[in-house]
Design a protein around this ligand. Structure first.
Ligand SMILES: CC(C)(COP(=O)(O)OP(=O)(O)OC[C@H]1O[C@@H](n2cnc3c(N)ncnc32)[C@H](O)[C@@H]1OP(=O)(O)O)[C@@H](O)C(=O)NCCC(=O)NCCS
Length: 177
């Protein structure tokens, strides 16, 4: 398996991958129809947004097919508009889950963000999963979630460009989810 930057030729396969990975609603567990998987549409919209950072969209592949994808886009901390990153979606093909692919993708993204001088990465996800990468409850870093109800599920990872604090705001396409 290799991890590399996403290319335009990958877009359709990335959409198909997230459609499969998020076929079950991560919050409610409900099964979704293929045309109503918001995470798949979100990736397409993020690429068209001003917050798109092409060097922070990675795929994992085995030489024949895509196994996983992760993206981080520009987010901000208010009130000063401090630039930070919002991670997501992260998806691994259902047939390939549990083999460390998600782990490699997140490590790659954190490493590149760190090397680029970024200050912080925030995300909405399972604390039990993201803890292993150094993510903590965002409020422990004085970063407020966009929705107070997200509580422990909104997490942040401080990078060397930090520290920072404020109210997190995602790239605009997340607002339409
Ligand atoms: C979550 C996901 C990206 C993890 O990728 P993966 O390649 O399957 O995971 P890895 O092999 O790197 O890691 C496996 C570990 O993660 C844990 N894990 C996987 N999904 C998890 C979840 N939703 N919550 C908590 N832990 C989870 C496993 O229990 C396993 O733990 P262990 O190492 O202690 O045994 C993948 O399962 C996926 O695409 N799921 C559907 C979409 C999704 O929920 N994306 C994340 C949204 S935040």
């Amino acid at each position: 398996m290799i991890v590399r930057r996403e290319r335009p030729a990958d877009h359709a396969a990335v959409r198909a991958l997230h459609t499969l990975a998020f076929a079950q609603d991560p919050v409610t567990g409900a099964i979704r129809a293929a045309d109503v998987v918001p995470e798949a549409r979100l990736v397409d919209e993020l690429r068209e947004d001003a917050g798109f950072l092409p060097h922070l969209s990675f795929v994992a592949e085995d030489g024949e097919r895509l196994l996983g994808h992760v993206i981080a886009t520009r987010g901000w901390l208010e009130p000063y508009g401090t630039p930070v990153l919002g991670l997501g979606p992260l998806g691994v093909h259902p047939a390939a889950q549990g083999n460390g692919i998600g782990t490699v993708l997140v490590h790659a993204l954190v490493a590149v963000a760190e090397a680029c001088g970024e200050r912080l990465i925030a995300l909405l996800g399972a604390p039990e999963y993201y803890r292993r990468f150094g993510f903590v409850r965002s409020m422990d870093l004085a970063v407020e979630p966009p929705e107070p109800a997200w509580g422990d599920y909104f997490q942040a990872r401080l990078l060397s460009g930090g520290p920072v604090k404020g109210a997190f705001r995602y790239a605009e396409p997340f607002e339409r989810m």
